[in-house]
Design a protein around this ligand. Structure first.
Ligand code: SF4
Length: 383
């Protein structure tokens, strides 16, 4: 019997220190805390052993936090355990998020020997002043050294994260960041606009009326976005999701699983899962997670599967994030029924107003639609 592909996310919640804009579940950890976390994590992974008889692993993603901060031996233990419990696809994609300045020749060789074949560097900017303002621990030089070491170690699939719309950032500065990174020719670039998250030092500094004047206005922010697409297309990258660009066949397969309704299981503090039609999430609190992890499989069994309507809404909501968009045929194949009349009406209305377009049998957002994508996508969650 053919096994269902499963993607695995592993959350590593440790960082050197907190970046000033960050609201991810991450914090510094002592060596003892790190060792304890990995013991609990392995227990949680083991408790889902039963999934191994029906699933084969198609992608693995170590995210954080800063996975490259912990001793690679821990990453190796997780990889060994996963391989013992699940068959791996031949073409499995295994990504590790790394922060510039936290990898060495030795750690990169260790990752390679474990089968990790994709690295994702959180650079954010090539401007050291901007990096300092963000509270990042690295300089551009640190990144460059890490990137070169990764290439020397044989990594042929690298993503670089960049962030636009930073405080006091001009269009010129953003262009410089993107051009500098594109000149290095990574296989993938994620280019996100800064979001001011509640409860962060950035919210205090820039979330107020006085603070907002230091942020690029909406018009500049959108101009940065449109220039990014145009520039990267000229450099051989295609946009396959609102903020993600890849060279041919170098899309992040793991993230595509999230956006196309595939199954994934997340292990670790705050990790989210979608298995057997059930969505569930581990506690984000470091104290609460170990307690929960002990009975993780039992907790999963108690969750209720999403209703048909919820799954249909998700298909629309997530599908519209991607450059492929949504399709009537795919919808019917997946749910056994046609687009509900309300979806048809909305889609046709957005098409006639230029926010969406038809491409063969699919419907997707136009550039004008992407500018207001949050509003449009939410429209499909309100029926
Ligand atoms: S490195 Fe990433 S996860 Fe860690 S504090 Fe900075 S933004 Fe947050």
């Amino acid at each position: 019997m053919e096994k269902t592909p499963l993607s695995v996310y592993i959350h590593i919640p440790f960082c050197v220190r907190k970046c000033l804009y960050c609201d991810f579940p991450s914090a510094p950890g002592t060596p003892e805390e790190i060792a304890y976390y990995f013991r609990v994590l392995q227990k949680e992974i083991r408790s889902f052993e039963a999934l191994g008889s029906l699933r084969s692993v198609s992608t693995v993603f170590f995210g954080g936090g800063t996975p490259s901060l912990v001793d690679p031996k821990y990453i190796g233990q997780v990889m060994d355990l996963l391989r013992a419990l699940y068959p791996f696809d031949k073409e499995v994609e295994i990504t590790l998020e790394a922060n510039p300045g936290t990898v060495t020749k030795k750690s990169l060789a260790a990752y390679k020997s474990m089968g990790i074949n994709r690295l994702s560097f959180g650079l954010q900017s090539v401007n050291d002043g901007e990096l300092k303002l963000l509270g990042r621990i690295h300089t551009y030089e640190d990144f460059l050294r890490s990137y070169e070491l990764a290439r020397e170690a044989g990594f042929g699939n690298i993503n670089v994260d960049l962030m636009s719309a930073l405080p006091r950032q001009t269009m010129e500065k953003w262009k410089k960041s993107l051009e500098t990174v594109a000149n290095l020719e990574p296989e993938h670039i994620s280019a996100y606009s800064l979001i001011i998250e509640e409860g962060t030092p950035f919210a205090e500094a820039y979330g107020t009326r006085q603070g907002r004047i230091y942020l690029p206005g909406e018009e500049t922010e959108r101009a940065m976005y449109h220039w990014t697409k145009e520039f990267l297309e000229g450099r051989g990258y295609h946009r396959y999701e609102i903020s993600n660009y890849a060279k041919a066949d170098r899309e992040c397969r793991h993230n595509l699983v999230y956006w196309t309704g595939g199954e994934y299981i997340g292990f670790g503090q705050s990790a989210a899962s979608y298995v057997d039609g059930r969505r569930f999430q581990n506690p984000a609190d470091r104290e609460e997670y170990p307690q929960y992890a002990r009975t993780a499989y039992g907790n999963f069994k108690k969750t209720r599967p999403l209703s048909l309507k919820e799954r249909e809404e998700e298909y629309m909501f997530l599908g519209l994030r991607t450059a492929r968009g949504v399709s009537r045929e795919e919808f019917k194949e997946r749910f056994g029924e046609s687009f509900p009349g309300t979806y048809e009406k909305k889609l046709m209305d957005y098409c006639s107003r230029g926010f969406m377009e038809k491409a063969n049998d699919r419907i997707r957002l136009t550039d004008k639609g992407i500018d207001v994508s949050n509003v449009i996508m939410a429209d499909f969650l309100q029926d």
